[in-house]
Design a protein around this ligand. Structure first.
Ligand code: C2E
Ligand code: CA
Ligand code: CA
Length: 696
């Protein structure tokens, strides 16, 4: 009944702000119990990007929207509800909520508003304060509702939030941080702590991360997780990061001056630093001031920086690289960016946070799968990975099992103050962070995986069968094959068949050993190696024979990549087997004529006689120390021995062929002995084939 004396907003018909406050006061005064017991709520609404809407649709369009939203707000409550447009695109609603499902009403309100324009998404944020006392004035309620509203922004998927007291505490804290940060920096209340990074396979110290803390004179130690987000809202973070960088440079300078071998130190660079074009130059100036070789400094950027645009990030990385800094990607795989985007960034190291993966919701197993995938990808990019946030031994074991050797976490060391860290560095054995895969020659793996790169075109168009094979733990896996490779294996195979094919599962032990020996030799000598193996293929029952040439293209401590070329030589080998068969026939034929023959090994002085030699002369299947053993067996009479010895010496010395007549057998029958020598590539005699025919 009072309402008529109140003023209204001419556009929407809602109450003016001052009228609204009066009306709220009088409603609250009439029901102090209800106010205390949460039977009323104050809601504040804010249309996002209203300016843009005005620009796009004109002020008439804007007005229409305001009227529409005002009507929707009216619908949230019944006739008792009080609604106001406080100014421009801001609204308030005060209403009794006894028996009202406010959350459901808010959902429906947000949906209706969001879908009110076909060509533009209208978003309205709402903060809700449910009353909990009777002595609060309307502007106190509005302030709380507005605070809740400001928290909606930090939530991606929320359109409204209910006020709670921690929001107020947080606001106060934020305000305090802002009020004190300048002084804290001046008076050096910010302290830099260092957390060591280790190679957990060798136990060596490989680096450390600089982490800032706020040693507040009254509040004690404040965690960066609390104040960094506040400082990121106002550019102060840039100053702080430069301060941390300066402290880090000073520490390395001190180590160098005091004759202690330093380790590389990483500093964190905030998203805002990246947007600040002067950052690289300012860092470089500090580095020069302390005359610290750039190899001891690294910069961590966070994946979330991609949100501000990949160009900005790329430019920053480029500038820092020009200055010689190593770039580490923090929180790699946290999901801000697609792996494809990361692939295009020129990074030096990846940091993988174990805590990201132990979150509830992603099961342990799933996390392991993701981790393994990330590590595999990092290896292909040739980048080392540092596993971060390692708290438990199981996490460390798991990292080791997937080939990640570098770790940082409470399990090894907490972040410690500078002095403690200094002592730690003094007494530790140190190592380096190395890429997991060292690419050999000029092979660029990133290009290799790009379907449009020259490397790929060559690979795909190579006339022979080519593949990339991964070799790990005495197992081989094909990771990439070209078309010809598939055809070499068999007519009816698909690429999928071949990639799933585990060659070793289709080979017998002997062939497996042949392949392994070639692989090991290729690694040991870093040269191309060839081997021939028989194996089955997924869909064929006949074994095939492959001539495989392999060359290492990348390697790590536990993993080697080979580029392999294959030729299916099954048919050639079958023909050769036919030849062998013919040879057998020939040997049988030699039985019928009077020929003895044998093989002599120049190096070992072993002699392998033919079957007839064994049968007729009683020789063993293998004679060592030839020809002396022959003389001992009395097959050659002592008076002819010297002549025979001279003959053998000339064979050893490299005579290509020779002939003598000596009496042989116990009957001393004269035989014409002929030798033909076989040489290796360098022209050294390897074997000699001897034959003996009776002289008539
Ligand atoms: P971050 O860069 O991911 O740093 C690693 C955080 O993990 C540190 O937290 C470290 O203390 C913590 N941590 C290390 N190992 C473990 C572990 O095993 N278990 C657990 N639960 N935590 C571990 P901190 O020092 O509180 O820093 C939090 C974040 O604040 C950092 O996360 C970084 O984003 C930011 N930050 C810290 N110092 C700076 C700085 O100087 N500049 C900027 N821009 N940001 C910083
Ligand atoms: Ca970090
Ligand atoms: Ca991190």
């Amino acid at each position: 009944m009072f309402r008529d004396v109140y003023e209204n907003d001419s556009l929407t018909g809602l109450l003016s702000y001052s009228s609204f406050q009066k009306a709220v006061s009088s409603m609250a005064e009439q029901d102090p119990k209800g106010m205390e017991n949460g039977r009323y709520a104050m809601l504040c609404f804010n249309i996002l990007r209203f300016k843009v809407i005005n620009d796009l649709f004109g002020s008439d369009g804007g007005d229409q929207l305001l009227i529409f939203v005002a009507n929707q707000i009216r619908k949230i409550g019944d006739e008792k509800a009080l609604a106001s447009r406080t100014h421009s695109d801001h609204f308030c609603l005060f209403l009794p909520i006894d028996g009202v499902n406010l959350a459901a009403k808010m959902e429906s309100f947000s949906n209706t508003v969001e879908n009110c324009a076909s060509d533009f998404e209208v978003i309205c944020h709402t903060g809700v304060y449910v009353t909990n006392r009777n002595d609060i004035r309307p502007d106190g309620m509005i302030a709380r509702a507005l605070l809740a509203c400001s928290f909606v922004k930090e939530q991606v998927d929320k359109r409204y939030m209910f006020y709670n007291t921690s929001m107020r505490t947080q606001l106060l804290l934020e305000q305090e941080i802002i009020n004190n940060m300048g002084k804290a920096l001046e008076e050096e209340h910010f302290k830099v702590y260092y957390q060591s990074q280790y190679n957990h396979i060798t136990g060596q110290l490989v680096g450390a991360e600089a982490l800032v803390r706020w040693l507040h004179p009254t509040r004690g130690l404040i965690s960066p997780a609390v104040f960094i987000p506040v400082l990121e809202k106002n550019n102060f973070i840039v100053k702080l990061d430069l301060f941390v960088f300066e402290k880090t440079c000073a520490l390395i300078r001190r180590m160098l001056d005091e004759g202690i071998e330093p380790i590389p130190l990483s500093v964190n660079v905030s998203r805002l630093d990246i947007l600040y074009p002067d950052m690289p130059d300012q860092m470089e100036a500090i580095r020069q001031k302390y005359n610290v070789p750039v190899e001891w400094l690294r910069v961590e950027i966070t994946e979330s920086a991609i949100i501000d645009g990949i160009e900005k990030l790329t430019q920053f990385i480029e500038k820092m690289h020009k200055l010689g800094f190593n770039i580490e990607m923090d929180d790699f795989g946290s999901g801000y960016s697609s792996l494809n985007m990361l692939k295009n960034l020129d990074l030096d190291t990846l940091k993988l946070d174990m805590r990201l993966l132990s979150d509830e919701g992603s099961s342990k197993n799933n996390g392991a799968v993701i981790l393994t995938g990330l590590v595999r990808m990092a290896k292909w990019l040739g980048l080392p990975i540092i596993g971060e946030g390692v708290e438990h031994k199981e996490q460390a074991d798991f990292l080791a099992s997937i080939g990640c050797s570098y770790v940082q976490g409470f399990l090894y060391s907490r972040p410690v103050p500078e002095e403690d860290f200094y002592e730690l560095v003094k007494n530790q054995k140190k190592g380096e962070i190395k890429p997991p895969m060292q690419l050999i020659e000029n092979m660029n793996s990133a290009k290799f995986w790009n379907p449009m790169s020259i490397e790929t075109l060559i690979f795909n168009n190579y006339v022979g069968g080519a593949a990339v094979m991964e070799y790990r733990n005495k197992r081989v896996d094909l990771v990439r094959v070209n078309k010809k490779f598939i055809r070499e294996l068999g007519e009816n195979l698909t690429e999928e068949d071949v990639l799933k094919w585990q060659p070793f599962d289709y080979m017998d032990e002997k062939n497996k050993q042949i392949m392994l020996a070639a692989a090991e030799k290729a690694i040991a000598t870093d040269s191309e190696q060839e081997c021939e193996t028989w194996s089955l293929t997924p869909k064929n029952h006949d074994p095939i024979c492959m001539r495989v040439a392999m060359r290492m293209i990348a390697n790590s401590t536990d993993n080697v990549m080979f580029y392999i070329l294959i030729r299916n030589i099954t048919n050639e080998r079958k023909t050769q087997n036919d030849i062998l068969h013919h040879e057998k026939v020939f040997r049988a034929a030699s039985e019928q004529v009077n020929i003895y023959y044998w093989e002599y090994d120049v190096k070992t002085k072993d002699m392998i006689p033919c079957f007839r030699c064994m049968r007729d002369l009683g020789l063993p299947a293998l004679m060592h120390n030839y020809p002396e053993s022959l003389f001992e067996a009395n097959v050659v009479p002592p008076e002819a021995a010297e002549k025979y010895r001279v003959l053998m010496n000339s064979i050893d010395a490299g005579l290509a062929s020779a002939e003598v007549v000596v009496p042989l057998t116990l009957d001393r029958i004269p035989f014409r002995i002929r030798y033909t020598t076989e040489f290796d590539d360098q022209g050294n005699p390897v074997k000699a084939y001897g034959s003996a025919v009776p002289v008539n």
